[in-house]
Design a protein around this ligand. Structure first.
Ligand SMILES: [Zn+2]
Length: 135
């Protein structure tokens, strides 16, 4: 079963919904997959603080390589530790050199919750053999 998300607020909506019950946006027209990814990446800069957190989570679940630069920027520069944590988590799921370098850098973040999350992700990646032994 596919989970549907409102392309405005990125909360879960039912497949049949035509109006988002959360933000009341008309969602009767389904967006294409390419637009969907772009909208998710754009939502990382949304003003409502939980929207970027949700967008980062969905991008991670979808393993969106295209989102790595935007997520990396957030992980390195954003001030909200919740958002940084979700970006780091998403990068851990997407994987690759840039993503894992960013997760590694996040183990030195000023926020404890980000450091703990980054260490958990690295441990998880290492246990799956996804990190090089010399790093
Ligand atoms: Zn909505």
């Amino acid at each position: 079963m596919t989970t549907f998300y409102c392309p405005n607020c990125w909360r879960e909506v039912s497949e049949q919904a035509t109006i988002c019950p959360h933000c009341h946006t008309d969602i009767s027209e389904r967006v294409s997959q390419a637009d969907y990814t772009d909208k998710l990446i754009a939502a990382l800069r949304h003003k409502e603080p939980m929207t970027p957190v949700r967008a980062a989570w969905i991008l991670g679940e979808r393993r969106e390589q295209k989102a790595v630069p935007a997520l990396t920027k957030i992980a390195r520069k954003a001030k909200d530790p919740f958002l940084v944590e979700s970006a780091v988590e998403a990068l851990g799921k997407i994987g690759g050199t840039t993503a894992s370098d960013t997760v590694r850098a996040a183990t030195h973040h000023s926020s404890l919750r980000v450091r703990v999350k980054a260490r958990d992700i690295l441990r998880d990646l290492a246990s799956k053999g996804l990190l090089r032994a010399d790093q």
